[in-house]
Design a protein around this ligand. Structure first.
Ligand SMILES: [Zn+2]
Length: 223
């Protein structure tokens, strides 16, 4: 799980969310060396593959991560905040974080044509466990419909903002028509992992290449 690309700007409340293009390139090279090819979620979570996910759909993904992925031929899945496309991370900026632009629908369509997979991450980056029934529907089914209208196909994957999920929220995502959803629960996924509670490994600015290797190793060793 990645968020923003680039070096850490002064004043950010989430310095851990930034990964440089160089570090990202090293992560992809290491996965190759470990014999873990990258795959899209849509390919069905094959054993021995790694799925690279990016939350929020930042413009920095377009500028810094997409070129690295293009060069290495790797796959990735990006979760879009469908009501704020072409705008910025106002959910973070409201609490004093730096403003980070979000990609436009046009960029998403171009990247989709180049093989990047997209899913949704609600309309406004809402904390769904605290949403009313109506808000929950607007955020989950609403983002599904926004995606279909703009991308010309239905989204398959959802990602819970803040990792905030419970049974009610997961049921709403399933009812909306998604195939599965990413949580922020830590670990790898196996055939017995519930599809609406997919685990992830968090990659942060402080994740050195050794720690990256260690996180992947620790998550994938047999219990
Ligand atoms: Zn998010």
């Amino acid at each position: 799980m990645y968020h923003r690309m680039g070096s850490i700007p002064s004043g950010t409340l989430v310095p851990g969310h930034y990964v440089t293009a160089n570090a990202f390139e090293r992560h992809l090279r290491l996965l190759k060396r470990l014999g873990l090819p990258t795959a899209k979620l849509g390919s069905g979570l094959q054993p021995g593959t790694a799925v690279i996910t990016f939350d929020d759909g930042y413009q920095s993904f377009v500028d810094l991560a997409a070129p690295v992925l293009r060069a290495s031929g790797d796959a990735a899945t990006v979760f879009l905040v469908t009501g704020l496309m072409g705008q910025s991370n106002d959910w973070d900026a409201k609490r004093g974080d730096v403003v980070e632009p979000l990609m436009t629908w046009e960029s998403a369509r171009q990247l989709a044509a180049q093989g990047i997979e997209f899913g949704t991450h609600t309309r406004t980056h809402a904390r769904l466990t605290e949403s009313s029934e109506d808000e929950l529907h607007q955020e989950v089914r609403g983002s599904f419909d926004d995606f279909t209208a703009e991308m010309g196909r239905d989204p398959e994957w959802f990602c819970y903002p803040y990792g905030a999920e419970d049974e009610r929220v997961a049921a709403s995502v399933k009812d909306a028509g998604y195939r599965g959803a990413c949580s922020t629960r830590k670990g790898i996924n196996t055939p017995s992992t519930p599809p609406f509670l997919l685990n992830r490994i968090n990659i942060r600015s402080s994740t050195t290449i050794f720690r990256f290797w260690h996180k992947v190793w620790r998550a994938s060793r047999p219990l």
